[in-house]
Design a protein around this ligand. Structure first.
Ligand SMILES: Nc1ncnc2c1ncn2[C@@H]1O[C@H](COP(=O)(O)OP(=O)(O)OP(=O)(O)O)[C@@H](O)[C@H]1O
Ligand SMILES: [Mg+2]
Length: 229
């Protein structure tokens, strides 16, 4: 059963501009990693913004567990159904790692007994050393900031995780570590993980790989270009 479903969705940034997304149909299940590929400007970030309900489709629908996302409270959807790891992290630079995760918990309204401890535990699980927990995120490396961004997205335990180029600027070992985190989230914790990526390594660990370009040019709904073995 799919958790997230896109039906006949089109999107244009303004009434007289071209459709960035044109008649798209896709389905996503829990327990799987999906890699979304496509050339720069193909509409990958736009598609994630739509899946995150940060913007609404011009035509068509997105449903979560059979319910239209845009008929729901989209704030509540973002606070409980989806976790978003943005292309540029979007962390609050002056706050430390723990505070960034605590803030995300606050926004989601999730009530945990010891918020600071809870946030620190998630960060440790993602490989942030004790020494780094209370450093301003601006002083952290790209790989560390990426881990904090993932910690923030998973802090309130959403079933869907959206990530935009999460390994874009990372060295090969850090990329491997980050891929391991997504692997565990989907395959051990049963999350639906959707990753926009150019990385061959991410594509090879993904359960399904989709090319946005292929889907748009062929106009074939949900065509799958290749499946990782
Ligand atoms: N806020 C906006 N207003 C108008 N057009 C936009 C806006 N954001 C993106 N676009 C346009 O929509 C198209 C798709 O952009 P998008 O950012 O989704 O591409 P992308 O596939 O994520 O590219 P990249 O790989 O470079 O991140 C591009 O032509 C872009 O110029
Ligand atoms: Mg993008």
């Amino acid at each position: 059963m799919s958790i997230l479903k896109i039906e006949n969705m089109s999107f244009a940034y303004s009434a007289n501009s071209r459709k960035v997304i044109d008649g798209l149909n896709m389905e996503f299940e829990e327990g799987k990693v999906y890699a979304l590929e496509g050339r720069s400007g193909a509409g990958k970030t736009t598609l994630l913004s739509l899946l995150a309900a940060l913007t609404s489709p011009t035509e068509g629908t997105i449903t979560v567990n059979g319910e239209n996302v845009f008929a729901k409270d989209t704030y509540a959807y973002r606070a409980s159904d989806v976790g978003i790891v943005f292309q540029n992290y979007n962390l609050l630079p002056k706050l430390n790692a723990v505070e960034n995760v605590e803030l995300s918990l606050d926004i989601s309204g999730r009530d945990v007994p010891d918020k600071k401890q809870y946030a620190a535990d998630i960060l440790r699980r993602l490989g942030i050393a004790d020494y780094d927990l209370e450093r301003p995120v601006l002083q952290m490396s790209g790989g560390q900031q990426q881990r904090v961004a993932i910690a923030r997205a998973i802090s309130y335990d959403p079933p869907i995780i959206l990530a935009d180029e999460p390994t874009g600027n990372l060295d090969s070992q850090t990329e491997k570590d980050i891929i391991g985190i997504f692997d565990e989230l989907a395959h051990r914790q049963n999350k639906c993980v959707i990753i926009v990526t150019h990385s061959k390594k991410v594509a090879s660990m993904a359960d399904e790989v989709y090319s946005i370009d292929e889907m748009q040019t062929r106009r074939t709904p949900g065509v799958q270009v290749k499946t990782a073995v």
